[in-house]
Design a protein around this ligand. Structure first.
Ligand code: SF4
Length: 660
């Protein structure tokens, strides 16, 4: 590759990386491979995978990543480069597969068309039609970022997007449907690029289960969270209310033409719809009573028993919602009857749409029942989020190692976990525990739930767990690490003092850096507080300030940061791990506070109850350490990069491995 492709350079560590992957594929091992930035991980596993498939044409490999940008990069840039190496690789079919919720259903979109659509609603409909047409090149995020800002303000955009998702209710087999095309391609491909979520659920996919016996899990430090989300149960009152609102509208239109028994049935349905809407509102108020000081979207631990619930238990509430929804679906099902539809002159398109709405309501009723069944289960945590007009309830696993044992190692030949950051204090033990593997020193994997303790699934006697760590080829000299003397403790108790210190130091540091700077925050609340205190001064000093906002796509922000010299970017979440600014686009990373997990996050609270104190705190530090390393890793992305990392939280000095 180094001989033939410009920009490639032979690297000993990349060769070693590829050797580990090759051996794992040949031996059917579970390999955990940490490799520092610049090793060339992607080609380091792609070349062995392609070669393995060339020699074993009946085998299939699934590659998953956490970020969509890496999936696109592998599919559009890296695989074509690998294929150039060897003529036979052209025979290896490769497919990109997203979760079903990423695809839109053309049939449902067709049903959602109304003759009287106009203005923003008509544009929204056309926008989704365009997305379906361009499904290979664009999705809701890429195109949505440009036009979404305009369309997204209308509630119709969100309603239609959720209504036409291909995730549920597919009754057809339209062969030009994007979801069907992608699935057919994945079924016949030798290599499938997908996300962690899809990979974790692959055994539950009727079409793809059993086809892929080899997994490469890139960005493996995010795998645990992705598995947790994949198996999460949730209900969102806004989505349900959107369906209910549509049915109410449909009834209004129909009722003008109804008479006799049908008119009476419609009247009863109105009452049920109104009863359900009231129940949703009342429960929102109950949650507001329980959490009077909660902030918008904050993830809160949902009590399973509380005096504010009817009869004191959450199960009763969940069952009530399920019963109400099922009664609604039953009462409205007369609309599915072809004779009634004809008599009421319901257009076939609207008939389809009503059917679809009813089946979505039925799924929501089942979701309430599933929540009821699992909410007190061992190893499960219940949480909620409150917004001004809606709420979310969710239940997810605390320890996902059992799920990973069952759904990842079981029936698999080879699994490769890889990332730049998996170890703490040079050991893989924490990662092993998280993903349910035996530790390198022989400690056996355990699982939180008794149900998960099925050693046969791990096939321990035969299964080889292997571990390797390869250093980054980049020189440590390229990066200076600085902890200013004036930096103070960033603990929650010291927040005001810390905030003042950051506000004092930040403008000065940006002036000194004098070029592109990335400022990383551990929460939006921190970002907003610091932006409020320093934003004007930074801009007045001549540094354009770019600020990430909750829920907004980051693509434009990243492009602007690359384009505008001397700009400063304030970022949370994805900016710690999901961005790659090479060259002089980034010369300074400022880490404002150690990214410890939020201590009042229901997951942390549940984990604290489940684990011995020492284990809990070790895990707590592990998460912060991995994120810190990821943040630091944003700075040096290529051989010629130079710059500095500045910490504004004095507790960083205790993270010894950062300084050696
Ligand atoms: S195959 Fe299913 S998801 Fe695709 S357009 Fe038809 S109904 Fe919709």
């Amino acid at each position: 590759m180094a001989d033939g492709s410009p920009g490639f350079k032979f690297r000993e560590t990349q060769l070693e990386y590829a050797r580990h992957v090759t051996e794992a594929l040949n031996d059917g091992a579970v390999l955990t491979l940490e490799a520092g930035t610049g090793t060339g991980k992607t080609q380091g596993y792609l070349i062995p995978v392609m070669e393995y498939l060339r020699l074993n044409p009946d085998v299939r490999v699934m590659i998953s990543t956490y970020t969509k940008s890496l999936q696109d990069q592998i599919y559009s840039r890296e695989i074509p480069r690998t294929v150039e190496l060897e003529r036979d690789y052209r025979e290896i079919a490769v497919a990109l597969l997203k979760g079903k919720s990423n695809y839109l259903c053309a049939e449902k979109l067709n049903s959602a068309f109304e003759e009287d659509l106009k203005g923003v609603q008509l544009l929204t409909w056309l926008y989704f039609a365009h997305l379906i047409f361009l499904f290979r090149q664009a999705d809701g995020e890429t195109v949505g970022e440009r036009v979404g800002r305009y369309l997204n303000v209308s509630p119709y955009f969100r309603q239609l997007q959720s209504e036409i998702s291909a995730k549920t209710g597919c009754t057809g087999s339209h062969f030009l449907c994007p979801a069907q095309v992608a699935l057919a391609e994945a079924r016949s491909a030798h290599v499938v690029i997908t996300n962690h979520h899809k990979l974790a659920l692959i055994d539950l996919d009727e079409e793809l289960s059993g086809l892929f016996r080899n997994f490469i899990i890139d960005e493996a430090n995010h795998f645990e969270q992705a598995v947790r989300n994949a198996f999460r149960l949730a209900v969102n009152s806004r989505e349900i209310m959107d369906i209910v609102a549509y049915l109410e509208l449909a009834l209004q239109r129909i009722s003008r033409k109804a008479a006799g028994e049908v008119e009476t049935a419609i009247g009863q349905c109105y009452e049920l719809l109104s009863e359900f809407q009231q129940a949703i509102q009342i429960f929102g108020n109950v949650l507001r009573t329980i959490f009077p000081a909660s902030t918008k979207g904050e993830i809160l631990e949902l009590p399973t028993s509380h005096v504010a619930y009817p009869d004191g238990d959450i199960e009763k509430v969940l069952r009530l919602f399920a019963d109400l929804l099922k009664t609604l679906v039953r009462s409205l099902s007369f609309l599915k009857d072809p004779d009634t539809s004809r008599a009421l002159r319901i257009l076939p398109r609207s008939q389809e749409r009503i059917k679809n709405a009813l089946s979505r309501l039925f799924v929501e009723a089942e979701n309430f029942l599933l929540l009821e069944k699992t909410i007190r289960s061992e190893n499960m945590v219940a949480a909620c989020q409150l917004y001004s007009r809606h709420w979310l309830l969710m239940v997810h696993a605390v320890d996902v190692s059992g799920l990973i044992q069952r759904h990842v190692y079981n029936k698999r030949d080879c699994v490769v976990y890889t990332s730049a950051t998996l170890r703490q204090r040079n050991r893989f033990d924490d990662f092993c525990k998280i993903v349910g593997m035996d530790c390198p020193d022989g400690e056996r994997a355990t699982s939180a739930s008794k149900e998960d303790e099925q050693p046969v699934l791990l096939d321990r006697e035969k299964r080889a767990f292997r571990f390797a760590a390869l250093p980054s080829p980049f020189s440590r000299e390229a990066m200076k690490m600085i902890l200013p003397k004036r930096a103070v403790n960033g603990s929650y108790e010291n927040k005001q003092v810390w905030l003042k210190s950051v506000a004092d130091l930040l403008p000065e540091l940006i002036r000194q850096g004098n070029r592109f700077g990335l400022v990383l925050f551990s929460s939006y609340a921190d970002l907003e507080a610091v932006a409020l205190q320093t934003g004007d001064e930074i801009v007045a000093n001549g540094f354009p300030l770019l600020i990430q906002t909750i829920g907004q796509p980051t693509g434009n922000l990243i492009d602007e940061f690359r384009l505008i010299k001397e700009s400063v970017l304030f970022g949370v979440d994805t900016f710690w791990y999901g961005v790659d600014f090479q060259g002089d686009t980034l010369t300074q990373v400022i880490i404002t506070r150690i990214p410890f997990p939020f201590p009042f996050d229901p997951l942390q609270i549940a984990r604290k109850k489940m684990l011995p104190a020492k284990e809990f705190w070790n895990r707590y530090y592990y998460e912060a350490m991995i994120k810190l390393k990821q943040g630091i890793g944003r700075l040096i992305r290529s051989e010629n990069d130079r710059g500095r990392v500045v910490f504004l939280d004095s507790r960083c000095r205790h993270f010894e491995e950062l300084w050696h």
